[in-house]
Design a protein around this ligand. Structure first.
Ligand code: NAI
Ligand code: ENO
Length: 365
């Protein structure tokens, strides 16, 4: 008998986890969503093997239950699941961006028959819905696990094995520590991004041309403000204490920068930017999350016209997408180097094979 995994919430994360599980495990994948449209789409896109007609139906038959809904709904679902007769030894996990309140709900509601392990894949995007789901969304990203009261090492191993296809890097952490760290690297930056957009919106009322100028850096720093308001409302409400602490710290920080400007203290302003630049440049690049990962491939190219289009054509013929392309060095009579970035390790390996077949010298660092 095949084991069954039941994924509740067929959105970006539920869909991506389902696809990652399907590419690696021989398991029956059942999905459920309160939106009949999302559920139908998940089945039509081949993200799940079967659509459950109710939470009860899907939950009762499952060996694993993955809750992939906004945080408040996750807490409600834990309460609902605790009233349904689940299989003995079922492993329940979630993907919520906060962990403390969810862990407390699981501790309060689940009995000994259920093993709850909180989870948070620390990668994603500003997009929502199953249409945006990708099997490789979590590749190389940290995936935090917060084992609950009944979880033993064998349960954690079983869950990590189920999620192997995500190619994520598992890390165990206490819920409280998780919420503190995620508050700084993810939750608070979201408020800043949204507030910058509000500032622009206000100015646009009197100076409509400003919106045309909001390109480049403004778009980069505010990309995450396009994410789901429902999801982010819940994140803030369920990490309230940490958010309030960060507001206080942020205000002190802003006051200090404001004073530097008021004093016209160029030396202090320079040092402020210099310190931030140096620290940011030391941040690890490979991990997904706040800063996206890039899978780079370097290609030696002779410096003659048409070579870049030859490389891109070879990859396009194999439908390998390049997310970024840069010429690192081209001077007369020497080889140039192309740096190609890909979405995933699989794409990079495939691209390297294809380019080698066409006699290009390639390497990774
Ligand atoms: N979007 C991101 O980049 C990341 C999100 N997360 C977490 O993942 C969770 C899901 O987020 P997304 O997939 O981005 O959202 P989404 O909006 O793409 O999908 C959520 C889905 O849950 C469904 N849903 C809501 N209430 C439900 C209920 N009671 N029963 C069944 N289905 C229900 C919705 O209809 C929707 O299809 C959230 O808790 C979020 O904090 C974690 C990592 C990254
Ligand atoms: O879009 C991005 O860059 C993100 O950082 C997405 C994201 C959103 C919420 C999370 O809990 C984790 C990752």
């Amino acid at each position: 008998m095949k084991r069954t995994a039941f994924v509740v919430g067929m959105g970006l994360i539920g869909g991506s986890i389902s696809l990652a599980i399907k590419r690696d495990q021989d398991i029956h994948l059942v999905g459920y969503d309160i939106s009949a449209e999302q559920l139908h789409m998940a089945k039509a896109l081949g993200v799940i093997d079967e659509a459950a007609s109710s939470l009860e139906e899907g939950a009762q038959a499952a060996d694993f239950i993955i809750l992939a809904v906004p945080v408040s709904k996750t807490i409600e679902l834990i309460e609902q699941l605790s009233t349904i007769p689940l299989k003995q030894g079922v492993i329940v996990t979630d993907v919520g961006s906060t962990k403390q309140d969810i862990a407390a709900a699981a501790d309060n509601h689940f009995g000994d028959n259920v093993c709850f392990i909180g989870g948070h894949p620390m990668a994603g995007s500003h997009k929502s819905g199953v249409e945006a789901a990708k099997a490789h969304l979590f590749e190389n990203a940290f995936y935090l696990l917060a084992p609950g009261k009944n979880s033993e090492p064998r349960h954690i191993i079983a869950l990590q094995n189920l999620l192997k296809g995500t190619k994520a890097r598992f890390l165990q952490m206490e819920p409280q520590q998780h919420d503190k760290l995620a508050g700084t690297v993810s939750h608070f930056p979201h408020i800043i991004a949204a507030s910058l957009v509000h500032q622009l919106k206000k100015l646009e009322k009197t100076d409509p041309e400003v919106a045309q100028l909001a390109a480049g850096g403004f778009r980069d720093i505010t990309r995450i403000a396009s994410a789901s308001p429902v999801m982010w409302r819940d994140v803030l409400l369920h990490n309230k204490e940490e958010m309030l602490r960060l507001f206080a710290e942020w205000q002190i920080e802003m006051d200090s920068v404001k004073e530097m400007v008021e004093r016209c203290d160029g030396k202090a302003i320079h040092a402020y930017f210099q310190e931030a630049k140096a620290f940011r440049e030391e941040l690890p690049q490979r991990e997904k999350g706040a800063i996206p990962a890039f899978y780079d491939l370097f290609v030696d190219v002779p410096d003659h016209p048409g070579v870049i289009s030859d490389v891109t054509r070879i990859l396009a013929n194999k439908e390998i997408s390049i997310t970024n392309i840069r010429i690192l060095e081209t001077r007369e009579d020497i080889m140039g180097v192309l740096r190609l970035s890909f979405r995933s390790e699989d794409d990079r390996v495939y691209a390297q094979e294809e380019l080698k077949r066409h006699m290009y010298e390639t390497y990774t660092i």
